[in-house]
Design a protein around this ligand. Structure first.
Ligand code: PLP
Length: 384
């Protein structure tokens, strides 16, 4: 006899990221699919964690995280995000940004509530919405700017809509939301009393001198926004599983209750490593941006040369490219076909859309070493 999984498991929509990684390993290809963040973690961060382990800071912490990290985050929020928050009551350290996002949905929304998700979306956002028995309400943003219009946002709001997810800089589009677009969200959220859940994991990875704007810093949004941030991308420590939510005290209290039940706390010594990292100079963050911008330019130039039109990202470390001219019946067929013919793996655009829009796109990740990028470009050049 087999025991069936819960009904909500059948609703999940796993992306093709795992499939492409598996297939890529099988054929010995170059994986530009999954974003692992391949830069070395800064010494400051590694040393901070090692010192904490040596000092015996290896036990459970308070579920909201250790005070030195919460204080360092509050200082960083003031300095870099224009946000003034109380480190003792408005910050919850969690198991990755992923954990903070999941705890937020469980703590603040009820089954059946509607939540606006902008397409193209990050697959974990959709699946965490489905896992919480919420109703995703999609609004498609169109390349190359993925601009948000007030009338379009207004049109997807239904009587059960309670929240909207914003991802800036966005995975997979690399879009940065402008102050004007965030003001649109503020107006619509105010009109319908919506919660704004803002994933800012790529906040330090923006290009061409463009600024990252935290939604909570926009007039009218501070009280109704949960800012979800983390360290995976900023310090290239995706395996440490450290992130946090920032919210008004009563919201943070509920998020922390769920966080406690799901994770107990984030890994203790690693919290001290992240606190050390937040003391890094502005020079570190400028170098991080410069390094990824250089990699973005290498890959976009290579894609253009191969005849795959890239939608040049303004942030994060992915690029969507148009593959419609290759004549495949679907994005998945194109991604698998490309892997076989060139040995380079990307992610089918259909992993980020409900509708047909994703079928002409493929996503490549450029958080890879230069040699890997150059080798991939050489192989893709065979498409010409
Ligand atoms: N949010 C977005 C938009 C991402 O792209 C990713 C990772 O790719 C995450 C969250 C995961 O972050 P974390 O490692 O902090 O859980």
């Amino acid at each position: 006899m087999t025991f069936p999984a819960a009904n909500r498991i059948a609703k999940l929509q796993p992306s093709d990221i795992r499939l492409m990684t598996r297939e890529c390993e099988r054929v010995g290809g170059i994986n530009l699919g999954q974003g692992l963040g391949d830069l070395p973690a800064p010494e400051l961060v590694r040393d901070g964690a090692i010192q904490a382990i040596r000092a015996g800071l290896n036990t459970y912490t308070a579920s909201e995280g250790v005070p030195p990290l919460r204080r360092a985050i509050a200082a960083k929020l003031r300095r870099d995000n224009g946000l003034t928050v109380d480190p003792d009551g408005q910050i919850v350290i969690s198991g990755g940004t992923t954990g903070a996002f999941a705890a937020t949905l469980t703590a603040l929304l009820n089954p059946g509530d509607g939540i606006v998700l902008l397409e193209p979306y990050y697959g974990y956002h959709l699946n965490t919405i489905l896992l919480n028995d919420l109703e995703p309400q999609f609004l498609t943003l169109t390349p190359p700017d993925f601009a948000l219009a007030e009338a379009a946002l207004q049109a997807v709001i239904k009587p059960n809509t309670r929240a909207i997810v914003v991802c800036t800089p966005s995975n997979p589009s690399g879009k940065l939301f402008s102050a004007e677009e965030l003001a649109i969200i503020a107006r619509v959220a105010d009109r319908h009393n919506l919660l704004v859940i803002s994933d800012e994991i790529y906040e330090y990875i923006t290009y061409d001198g463009l600024p990252h704007i935290s939604p909570a810093s926009i007039d009218g949004l501070a009280e109704r926004t949960v800012s979800i941030m983390g360290f995976s991308k900023t310090f290239s420590i995706t395996g440490w599983r450290l992130g946090y939510a920032v919210a008004a005290p009563e919201l943070a209290r509920a998020i922390n209750l769920v966080n406690d039940l799901l994770y107990v706390c984030a890994p203790s010594p690693l919290q001290y490593g992240a606190a050390a990292g937040l003391q890094a100079s502005q020079d570190y963050f400028a170098k991080l941006r410069g390094e990824y911008q250089r990699k973005r330019d290498i890959l976009c130039t290579g894609l253009t040369a191969a005849g795959l039109t890239p939608i040049v990202p303004k942030g994060a470390y992915y690029v969507l490219a148009d593959i419609s001219h290759l004549g495949y019946p679907s994005a998945k067929a194109a991604a698998l076909g490309l892997l076989i013919t060139t040995g380079v793996a990307g992610i089918p655009g259909s992993s980020f859309y409900q509708g047909r829009e994703g079928e002409s796109l493929i996503r490549f990740c450029f958080a890879k070493d230069d040699e890997t990028l150059h080798e991939a470009i050489e192989r893709l050049a065979g498409l010409r």
